[in-house]
Design a protein around this ligand. Sequence first.
Ligand SMILES: *Cc1c(COP(=O)(O)O)cnc(C)c1O
Length: 372
Amino acid sequence: MNRQYPQLEINLPKLRRNTREVVSRCQAVGIHVCGVMKGTNGHPAVARAFLDGGASELATSRVEQVIRCREAGVPGPYLLLRIPMLSELEEVVRWCDSSVQSELATLDALEAACVKLNKTHRVIVMADLGDLREGFWDKNEMVDVCAHVERDLPHVHLAGIGVNLGCYGSIQPTPDKMEDLIAIARQVEERIGRKLEVISGGATSSYTLVHWGTMPKGINHLRIGEGILNAKDLQIDWGIHDMDYLAMDAFTIRAQVLEVKTKPSHPVGTIAMDAFCRVPTYEDRGMRKRCLVGIGHSDVGDAARLIPRLEGAEVLGGSSDHCILDIENCTQEVHVGDIVEFSVIYSAMMYAAARDDMNIIVVDDARSPRES
Ligand SMILES: *Cc1c(COP(=O)(O)O)cnc(C)c1O
């Protein structure tokens, strides 16, 4: 079956431009950009756009996505961003050039996997500076483990150290946090008697320091996904207004109108639980014109967070396979069969890109849209 809608469109010229804008600002302060494509289910066209735009490395959390890109001919190099499971180390060594690490046991097992496959592998050892996801809390232990990698694991190359912020603990990257990371790097370098190649200061949220010109000297690597792909977190959620050099519409979702009717805005009857065990509340605004669109939570995670580009339209809510729009104030007439466009936040992109019944359209210069 050849399903047309819902549809996720990826605009490659916009992605390449966003990548170049971020890469040039990072390069100017000595930072390599690693393009993070996990939010697109590792779409090879996105990976290639990162490289075309000047990213020096590609990254994702899943080995499957590295395999997908390599099999599509995208050369990498590839960094695995989720600290690996013991059960996937051979695949990690086989397909990824580097990985982030935070456990001695995993590093020792990684050496064994490298020996078995007769390969070497680079690692970035992670420090936890307060966000409380991956990384060493005890920094003396971290330095010891780095020295162990350097001294005792001949097939595992200690490329550097890194930190992740703003993910679990919502901790904001600051110059102080970066200085803490650099200080750990200097300690490691003193112990192993050489320079580290990589001091990786974080993700999109750490790019703010580059943008503001406050990134401390010494950080030379950032891993950026959302900030290039959607570019909404910093401009909208953080309210940074002078970042309009980044396009926020490289991704578009399209879905078809199934029903257009005028109905009460407040449900009629006794309100119990919805299909997701929530008891919602509704504002009574009288009879309103609304439409039902063929896209739902199962396509985008939370259909209520879709952002319609149709002027005057407002998302009322959704269910697994529907999104309900209030179109009372739309200037444009809406009919059954019309296509509604939505702007795409990271989570919607992530779910949509991973569904095999989503029609993913890749748009490029001087070429008609290409299905993939
Ligand atoms: C997902 C991830 C990133 C990229 O995050 P963005 O906010 O999309 O830039 C960077 N580092 C790690 C470890 C990640 O898991």
